[in-house]
Design a protein around this ligand. Structure first.
Ligand code: 5GP
Length: 145
């Protein structure tokens, strides 16, 4: 069961309800993936479960299974879309662990040899750039089948 502190008005819950827009790249019955508005690298994508949980520790195992399946699917597409050499995943829990939005999410960031990540919570990306990148990832997902 979700942690009693789960706030149904957190930003990602609002994105799930369609109250806040996002650059969507993938959605299925249990998960949603969209562009991070303050990317640490080109193609930085977030994958979240639709079920409410604050983080990893209060999530149902079935939710985690669906989430990781989507992380793999989106990760493959992101890596292909950006012709990346590798992929970095982050998942933060509680403020002390670096978490700032308290709805479980996994960061998926394509990586190029020798290119460092930008600061977490750095600058906002241009909307048009994020839209183009989301389209590129969706095309790679379609190619994956
Ligand atoms: P964390 O909780 O793991 O520290 O990070 C939350 C992430 O959500 C950050 O990387 C931040 O850039 C991203 N973020 C915060 N607010 C929004 C928002 O309104 N829309 C999107 N797409 N991403 C957001």
């Amino acid at each position: 069961m979700a942690d009693a502190r789960y706030d149904p008005d957190n930003i990602f819950a609002k994105i799930l309800r369609g109250e806040i827009p996002c650059h969507r790249v993938y959605e299925d019955a249990h998960t949603l993936a969209f562009m991070d508005v303050m990317p640490q690298g080109e193609g930085h994508t977030l994958v979240i479960p639709k079920a409410p949980s604050r983080g990893l520790l209060d999530a149902d195992p079935a939710t985690l299974a669906a989430l990781m399946a989507s992380v793999q699917r989106v990760g493959r597409a992101v890596k292909a879309a950006f012709e990346a050499d590798g992929l970095t995943l982050f998942q933060f829990n509680e403020a002390a662990g670096g978490q700032t939005v308290f709805h479980l999410h996994v960061h998926v960031i394509p990586r190029r040899e020798g290119v460092p990540l930008k600061r977490h919570e750095g600058g906002m990306a241009d909307n048009a750039v994020l839209a183009e990148q989301a389209a590129r990832i969706r095309t790679a997902l379609d190619a994956q089948g």
